[in-house]
Write a protein that binds this ligand. Structure first.
Ligand code: SF4
Length: 303
């Protein structure tokens, strides 16, 4: 396999993912996040020496012949994929060859300030953008953007994007201990998220060894912070070996809980007793609850 295309890897949230690295030679990003899994690097505004569209397409075609049942073809980079200069043409070509797979992009959201980028992103089936916090102070501390980028402009850009984008928009919040794990940050974030109305919010914490010396927060704290957010579907990144006390819920309690916020299959598996799972399934059979796939994650919803 080339260094441009990698995988497929199993993504818990998106299924079988074939990755495209649009900056295969070096990290090139307009952020230098403290939690980045890549080495720290000075932020930049463009990807130098990018692969050509022809190269990318030929590598993806080869991979698609070899690997069947790819759920998503993921545009990513050793850095920020929207800095790739030929994105418009690439997306057009990928749509021609992708078969039944969806196109997904993992972006830090910074270039949503640009109208042209928003128009390009509009053509992608699932757009996942980061929004770690909404105060400038916190944003600067955690995402360490290139000079001239301000979180209020990014928020406005994402709001503008939502107006023209009716496919699946996922926002990701990565929580770092001591930086964006405060109630006040999450309350401010909630107000912004209510306006953006993403289809799903992914909440996670530092997992793999980061670029700088930062710490993760526990799942219990992530759950507390998630409870501050709006009633939108939230996918929490549970660690594989995470478990907690299984609880018994009556049918009314289940309906009430899901009325407040859709519960993911993982949420249910982690905290529901067997008896509660049976009750929940009976509510699905009786059509009081429905299962909805939101960009690859299943949720129980009321309607
Ligand atoms: S946006 Fe992504 S690639 Fe860029 S510094 Fe942050 S974590 Fe790393």
């Amino acid at each position: 396999m080339s260094k441009i295309v990698f995988g497929p890897i199993t993504s818990r949230r998106f299924g079988q993912s074939l990755g495209i690295d649009l900056s295969p030679d070096a990290k090139q990003c307009n952020f230098d996040c403290i939690y980045c899994e890549l080495k720290g690097a000075t932020p930049v505004n463009t990807i130098q020496n990018p692969p050509t569209v022809k190269e990318v397409i030929s590598n993806v075609k080869e991979a698609l012949l070899k690997y069947k049942d790819i759920d998503v073809i993921t545009l990513t980079a050793n850095g920020e994929p929207t800095l790739y200069p030929y994105m418009k043409e690439l997306i057009k070509e990928l749509h021609v060859i992708k078969n039944s797979s969806k196109l997904l992009i993992l972006s830090n959201g910074a270039t949503s300030t640009c109208k042209e980028t928003r128009e390009i992103l509009k053509e992608i089936d699932i757009v996942k953008l980061s929004l770690d916090c909404v105060s400038e102070r916190c944003f600067k501390k955690i995402d360490r953007p290139i000079k001239g980028l301000h979180v209020k402009d990014i928020i406005e850009g994402i709001k503008e994007f939502r107006k023209i984008y009716d496919k699946e928009l996922v926002l990701e919040v990565l929580v770092v201990k001591g930086i964006n794990d405060k109630e006040s940050e999450f309350e401010a974030l909630r107000d912004v998220l209510k306006e953006i109305k993403p289809d799903r919010i992914d909440i996670s914490t530092v997992d793999r060894p980061p670029a700088y010396d930062v710490q993760s927060v526990g799942i219990a704290r992530l759950k507390e912070l998630a409870s501050i957010l709006s009633s939108l579907p939230i996918s929490l990144a549970y660690k594989r070996d995470y478990s907690e006390e299984k609880r018994n819920f009556t049918k009314d309690e289940i309906l009430n809980m899901i009325d407040k916020r859709p519960q993911s299959f993982d949420d249910v598996k982690i905290s529901f007793s067997q008896e509660s799972i049976k009750r929940l399934n009976s509510l699905v059979e009786a059509n009081f609850l429905h299962v909805k796939d939101v960009a690859g994650v299943n949720f129980y919803k009321l309607s």
